[in-house]
Write a new protein. Structure first.
Length: 153
């Protein structure tokens, strides 16, 4: 049975395995040394100035997926939105309801935090993600353009 819960500092080693698998999924061929990655995950999620929050999907004691998100402000009027940065399900667990459980958990988090919307992007080439999101009843929006500055001046 899949249970979704907030990620905790004790989950870092499992998060490292999932994020390395995710990096390979997106074409990464090398990863930083394990201690550097452990510190990066700790600082991003549990440091003095967390960059994100994370929900973790577990099958028993094993982490099988995650959703990292942040709150953005302002959204409609002066409300906030929940921005889903990354949703990843272990390849061995895909198409078994893990992604849907994570999405339902995110919607509940958004409701509890008075968010007016939930927003996310996906790579144009990630057709599996697009099919998944459309199966969740969400169509892509063409009202915004996405910009990315790769190298900071």
């Amino acid at each position: 049975m899949i249970v979704v819960r907030p990620a905790a500092a004790d989950d870092i080693d499992q998060l490292l395995m999932l994020t390395e698998e995710m990096d390979r999924f997106y074409g990464g061929t090398s990863v930083e040394p394990i201690e550097q990655r452990r510190q990066q995950v700790h600082d991003a999620l549990f440091g003095d100035l967390p960059a994100a929050q994370m929900s973790l999907a577990c099958d028993g004691e094993t982490a099988v997926g995650f959703a990292s998100y942040s709150f953005l402000w302002p959204a409609v009027g002066l409300t906030r939105s929940l921005y889903l940065k990354e949703l990843y399900v272990s390849q061995a667990q895909q198409r078994q309801g893990v992604g849907r459980a994570l999405m339902e958990s995110l919607l509940e988090i958004a409701r509890k935090n008075d968010c007016s919307r939930v927003e996310w992007t996906t790579d144009a080439s990630n057709s599996a993600a697009q099919v998944f999101y459309e199966a969740c009843g969400v169509e892509p929006s063409s009202s915004k353009l996405f910009y990315r500055l790769e190298q900071l001046p």
